[in-house]
Design a protein around this ligand. Sequence first.
Ligand code: SF4
Length: 518
Amino acid sequence: MIKSPSSPALRKKILIVNCYLDPSRTAVKRKLKIPQTMTPAYLAGIFAADRCWIKLYDEVYSGPLEDETLLSFPDMLVLTGLNVAFDRMRHITAYAKTKNPKTIVVAGGPAIRALFQYAHKFFDHCCRGDIEQLSEVVEDELGPEYVSREYREHGWVMPRFDLAYWMKLLAYVESSRNCYFRCNYCSLTAEKGFYQPYPIEYLRRQIMQLGTRRLIHFSDNNFASNNKHFVAQRFALLRSLYDQGHILRWAGEVTCDFFLDGDNLKQAAASGCGGLFCGVESFDPGSLTHFNKHQNNCMPQVEMIQTCLQANIPFHYGVVFDFSTRAIAELAAELDFIVNTPEIPLPSFITLAIPLLKTPMFHKCIAERLFLPNLRLRDLDGSTLCLKTIDPLPAAVKFLLKIKTLSGYRKRIIKHIFDFYGIYRKVMAIENIAMSQYGALLLSAPQLFTLESDLSKVLFNHRHNGHRTHVGATECLDPVYRPAFRIDRRYRHFFEPTHLTDANGDICEALQPDLLDA
Ligand code: SF4
């Protein structure tokens, strides 16, 4: 008897995991975090739906993956995540291989691209290309019939939004890939990819898959686009889908050049834009030059933000503090400027400058011997001091703790919220004013955005795996560095942290072939 393609005997079990280590170094679920990942849904689109039984897992939304049944499930395990998640990819590989040594493990993403040679010690397949490279692995390991027909025939990866259980309220869609700027700290600069707008029909089909009245966040690295033709096509599409009721509201991540063309804001407002995120990073022109972020100096940033808000579009942004190039007094003055300027909303986050692997900033830190000794890759989380600081380290830690919760700024934040309302109440809808203050909530009460799986962890504060120092090397590791169940001895070393620098602050020998080749 010939078996049909969907016969259980022929179906392959696929588990796709977005790996994550939280800056709080605890096992938390960030269900309310925006944005969430979209990558697993796109990776799932590579597989033939009638031949594969596919499950997705997002560690940001669902917390650390320790479910033994799920870890026993896959014939093929696909792992993705940011630089800092490299160790977490190793943990999950150890779990899956302990349960089933025949599981094929495929790893991709920025960490794998940066540590391509080293990564081969842990994963069966390391992908340094884009998501489409997964199709080659699937074809080699399982056969061409396990690659989706849509992809084989049209070259389009249709994301499996239906499997992405974390996209309940907000769906994450991509309309372009990479970026045409070259900021010195950005992993895209390290990867040297070219900016690619997607065909408009491909974008339309992605959105139509979501059904009607959807809230959409465009997770493009750069939604702005320097391609005028594409911008016009995309706004026309958004406008028609908004008018037809397919899109309820949309939001996107833009760069400052988006605001240079006044028509962009008009088009955005007319097509249902409910918010724009822009990487402001700093209000100090010198810092922007230092980051090679000259595009942010092309118009005054406060004026740019005001223009967006006056168009009734909430504006969201993040700020980057670099203790290795700026004195604490300077950073404190910038923070004072932000909380004392009610014409702009408060930032959604304040992060430390992260020397992501193989970026120009990373190589500069090596050349100038700025890395602290005995760092682990896990320490590059934007929340831990990893570089020598201009001021003494204890003073930097004290200020870092202050900005993490904005303690000492609460009264000024409340005043800022009221003053912001007073300025914009006549030009912005009340819901857009409220959305603009999302950043203030995120910053001053980050615990609101955390959902603990175990209440006792909250009550008895057993969440950390040791004493917190907020300094690389001495900072405690996350609880997930202790295996949740017995691991085969061949994989136990997968739970040791990956060391980045040695006792002298030089790149560790094991990573040198990958990191010192530029
Ligand atoms: S503009 Fe944003 S995405 Fe583009 S290189 Fe700079 S940081 Fe990266």
